[in-house]
Design a protein around this ligand. Sequence first.
Ligand code: PTJ
Length: 243
Amino acid sequence: MKIPKSHPRHESLRTRELIAEGVENGITSIHGLIAHGRGEAFDYLLREKTHGFAKKSLEAAAAMLLAAKHPVISVNGNAAALVPKELAELSGLINAPLEVNIFHPSKQREIKIKNHLEKHGAKNVLLPSKKYNIKYLKSNRKYVNLEGILKADVVFVPLEDGDRTEALAKNGKKVIAIDLNPLSRTSQKATITIVDNITRSIPLLVNITRQYKKYNKYKLNIIIKNHYNKKILNEAIKKIRNL
Ligand code: PTJ
């Protein structure tokens, strides 16, 4: 459906359209529609804009991704539908693989997500393997790739379910999450939480990462050390309360 640019809810409708298309093309799970609706509700409460607290998290996230030994970007059906080109760009910038990791099991959907990312410029897309799994997790998301999540020290999980964030942390990994809901378990358990819409924040993350690429490890580590996730989450909750 073509949405006129002049429509006051253009961006929100465009995003809905991408998710609906994702479902039609077998990339996004039908449950992804519900997750998207929940995200929309929180985005509405956040006035559909990227706040200062999200910008601070984005800076810390860029520094952590650049300072990591083995960073990896985990991709599910919603993220793939919404920002495939930007995820491919980020992967190239930090030299990290994109790894398909989905909650609702479907080999066919995994392959479709991989193809979709490659169509948008991704050069290194990994699929999970039943041979390898992370501990403390029962769902399909436990299956990982040896060259990706299994050996990663930093896992970027845009749009997540709480169980895995918690499990990844227990497996000794640092987790960077994007979640519009500052109260979710993902937000609470991640090392760095970006409380913002994935559609606004991934392009910003690409720009900041490009800028920070010239920083040395010392400078990156200072940025990481000065990030206090609980403080960021409290700022986001306060913003929602003070409507
Ligand atoms: O492709 P699959 O099978 O891995 O399924 C993906 C979903 C998203 C369906 C699955 O991970 C899931 O059920 O997630 P949850 O538990 O509903 O959590 C999704 C979280 O993402 C919620 O806290 C939403 O507020 C948040 N969210 C939704 N849309 C956006 C978002 N956060 C940022 N940007 C969005 N566009």
